[in-house]
Design a protein around this ligand. Sequence first.
Ligand code: HEC
Length: 170
Amino acid sequence: MHGARFILAAATLSVGLLAATGQMFGGGQAFAAGEAAATGQVVPPQDVKIKDNAVMASLTGKPGDVAAGRKYFVDKKLGNCLACHADKDLSKQLFHGNVGPTLDNVASRWKPEQLRAILVNAKAVFGPQTVMPGFYSLEVGKNVRKDLVGKTILSADQVEGIVAYLSTLK
Ligand code: HEC
């Protein structure tokens, strides 16, 4: 009887411990998520300020992911940047366009905050005649499809990824 009670007690104890560690991890994750939300505030497109051809702060409050940005750059449904721009890094990809300049060494021509401004709203940097779309702007033209009103082509996170990728092209 003694033994059984001991086992029971031990089992209760370990269940208690498991619950405690569970809480510890659960609590830790919740804290991390809360912290990410606090430091990773996304700037909505209507609040982005382009000054002197630059947007100084990251749109997500965090640095972008280079590898992800490279994918968005190529993705026809997202940036589709290759439709108009070539770059040596991606010379194996098909269907390069040359409407826009090649982006080789683009990071030695533009600082990251300027690249961010070009991506957010190319018209603000190159003038209203440019054919390059504004990727994080609500000023996309007059005859916008209803389902696209109020939306941007890229998310803040995607813009930051592409800025990070372009910044590696030195
Ligand atoms: C419809 C064609 C088109 C698309 C799509 C396009 N661009 Fe452009 N881009 C241009 C043109 C044209 C210019 C040159 C500026 C001008 O005179 O209009 C340019 C200029 C640039 C510049 C400055 C280059 C330099 O060397 O000065 C960068 C950086 C750039 N684009 C990045 C991008 C990225 C990143 C994407 C995808 C998210 C993209 N562009 C999509 C047409 C395009």
